[in-house]
Design a protein around this ligand. Structure first.
Ligand code: MG
Length: 376
């Protein structure tokens, strides 16, 4: 089988409710989805997506589209898409970094490989260890009162835990929000705190001391991505498990935090690691280092979520407080059928070939900004 041409479409999809992150990330009202379709000479089409967020990622939707259309596509057209390792190596040779556009292409190639073999992608990754995964929901930097109400609602809807975004105001303000939420939902309900690099070591330590006794099951990326030393010191200073998100994009960064025993948890996102194969490789490194995995998400649609689910069901070391499999539900609409797999706070894998989801073309058309064809 050979890749014949690649279609890249940029979509702009509103969030149902704007999502406030820490100060420098600001308030997100849309996601920019770069939708990739890889076509083959056997008529099989594979789909992938990436969702650049400049500030979090190196890429923007414009650079991702350009890298796929002008650099990656010309390099891999003519190759067999089911040779995903060879495709990854070729993309790494012709273009440094740019994990997001590479992830979209890699995911599409896995979709083709699964469809060609008539099996779900998880079968190509060693097979599944579970069929369903509990979901952690998330709230933005909203007030203590609003946050308490919303987290209680998520708990009642069946979600296993909620991630609370922090870092917009002072540490004391965030600690008050956590106490208000815990009062509303009870002390047995797990909370995840994500700071998106918003603090330094001293602020993070102060927050941990102020919230001692709360059921915080994970403190994610409290300090800048490069500050591995502070992650190590925080892990030593507190019983609250520390998670790396922005600190781990590449496999080399994963090796660095694992070798330094810097964290208890790594947050995985198929987009930021450059696709399914590299994410699985990071997952295996973490597994044998005794590190847990949180299947996390960007503001992404059903293709990236489906890819994440195909990997998630193969992993033995997921956190027990749930993973982020709700992303399309907070967007205006799902461009795929993925959302059907989310029920009562759980996501369920299906046994359809490839990523297991269909594209909803009418929905794609609604958000389409522009498109590009790369051909031989
Ligand atoms: Mg995070």
């Amino acid at each position: 089988m050979k890749i014949t041409r690649i279609n890249v479409r940029n979509l702009l999809i509103p969030l149902k409710v704007p999502y406030a992150l820490q100060k420098s990330y600001g308030v997100k009202s849309h996601t920019c989805c770069v939708l990739v379709a890889v076509h083959t000479d056997e008529g099989i089409v594979g789909y992938g997506e990436c969702n650049p967020q400049p500030g979090f990622t190196d890429e923007s939707a414009e650079t991702a589209k350009s890298v796929i259309g002008k650099i990656l596509a010309p390099a891999i057209i003519g190759m067999d898409p089911t040779d995903v390792a060879a495709i990854d190596r070729r993309m790494d040779i012709v273009c440094k970094n740019n994990n997001l556009p590479k992830a979209a292409v890699n995911t599409a190639c896995y979709d083709i490989a699964g469809k060609a073999a008539g099996v779900p992608v998880y079968k190509l990754l060693g097979g599944k260890l579970q069929s369903s995964i509990p979901i952690m929901h998330a709230i933005g930097n909203i007030s203590a009162e609003e946050g308490a109400k919303l987290v209680l609602q998520r708990k009642n809807e069946g979600y296993r835990s909620v991630m609370v975004k922090c870092g917009m105001e002072s540490v004391e303000y965030d600690a008050e929000r956590i106490f208000a939420i815990q009062d509303a939902v009870g002390k047995d309900y797990p909370l995840v705190v994500d700071v998106n690099q918003g603090w330094d070591y001293h602020k993070a330590l102060r927050f941990l001391r102020l919230t001692e006794g709360c059921n915080i099951v994970c403190l994610e990326q409290p300090v800048p991505h490069w500050d591995i030393e502070s992650l190590i010191r925080l892990k030593a200073a507190s019983d609250v498990p520390i998670s790396a998100d922005e600190s781990v994009f590449s496999i080399h960064e994963a090796v660095q935090v694992i070798e330094n025993r810097a964290v208890d948890i790594i947050s995985l996102k198929v987009n930021k690691h450059g696709g399914i194969l590299k994410e699985k490789q990071i997952a295996v490194l973490a597994q044998y280092a005794g590190i847990k995995l949180l299947m996390n998400s960007m503001l992404e649609e059903g293709l990236a979520q489906a890819a994440s689910l195909q990997i998630g069901v193969t992993l033995p070391n997921l956190v027990d407080f749930g993973s982020a499999y709700f992303s399309p539900l907070r967007l205006d609409d799902d461009i795929t059928t993925y959302s059907e797999q989310v029920r009562n706070g759980w996501v369920h894998i299906n046994d359809r070939p490839g990523l297991g989801v269909e594209i909803r073309e009418d929905v794609v058309q609604k958000y389409l900004q522009d498109e590009f064809w790369a051909e031989a």
